[in-house]
Design a protein around this ligand. Structure first.
Ligand code: CTP
Length: 207
């Protein structure tokens, strides 16, 4: 089985040194990559994080959402399972200044105009043939309802719903939602253990 896992945040630049991003640490995605090795050949497409890539996986470092999209799309046809654990930025600055933006001497504010990035997972859902697709949903409220909506809209086989508090933490308490309507809450546990539990269930989804 060929497994593609994404992890970490993306960075969206508005000048050569400044970007917008999010709090993702990559811990969940890296734990999944580690746990997935026993099920097949693993590729880890990762945004910038402070973690060491696990041994025995193909490691593809990326920075922006556009780069992540490119690396994921070019591998999709040969892939059996995609797990999108990355916290892909939903928006990027509309313009990237060529030089470093100078602070205005007039001390006026600076407005950043943003435009949406490609929703990688939704696009994978549209192009799905034999692949199994697993997404993550980070929510502050209405966890299960919002996750179910994403599961359906993005044509996923399973979604891992977690409260945003799990970002940066070493443990996570998730609820798994399946395409067939099943909802499975799991107890709080270390991300390493959770990764093994998720992989076991994803593997059982095999058609
Ligand atoms: N995702 C993606 N490409 C994006 C944004 C998100 O592939 N541009 C994926 C994430 O990797 C995750 C899933 O979509 O697996 C859900 O991400 P989330 O941010 O929770 O949902 P959004 O669709 O961005 O919706 P919202 O931000 O409104 O909650």
């Amino acid at each position: 089985m060929k497994i593609l896992i994404t992890a970490g945040p993306t960075r969206e630049f508005f000048d050569p040194v400044r970007y917008i991003s999010n709090r993702s640490s990559g811990k969940m995605g890296y734990a999944l990559a580690r746990a997935a090795r026993r099920y097949g050949q693993v590729t880890l497409v990762s945004g910038p994080v402070a973690l060491k890539p696990p041994a025995g996986v193909e490691f593809v470092p990326v920075t922006t959402a556009a780069e992540m999209a490119r690396e994921v799309f070019r591998r999709y046809r040969q892939t059996d399972l995609v797990i999108m654990a990355a916290a892909v930025c939903d928006y990027r600055p509309s313009k990237k200044a060529r030089g470093k933006i100078k602070k205005s001497r007039l001390d006026i504010g600076l407005t950043l105009e943003l435009k949406p990035t490609t929703d990688i997972l939704a696009e994978l859902g549209r192009r799905k043939t034999r692949q199994r697709l697993v997404g993550f949903a980070a929510e502050t409220d209405r966890l299960v309802a919002n996750a179910r909506e994403k599961l359906q809209r993005k044509n996923l086989d399973m979604i891992v719903a977690n409260p945003v508090q799990a970002m940066e933490a070493d443990t996570n308490r998730v609820t798994l939602l399946y395409a067939d309507g099943r909802v499975e809450p799991l107890p709080e546990m270390p991300k390493s253990k959770l990764a093994r539990q998720i992989m076991r269930r994803v593997n059982a989804l095999r058609t």
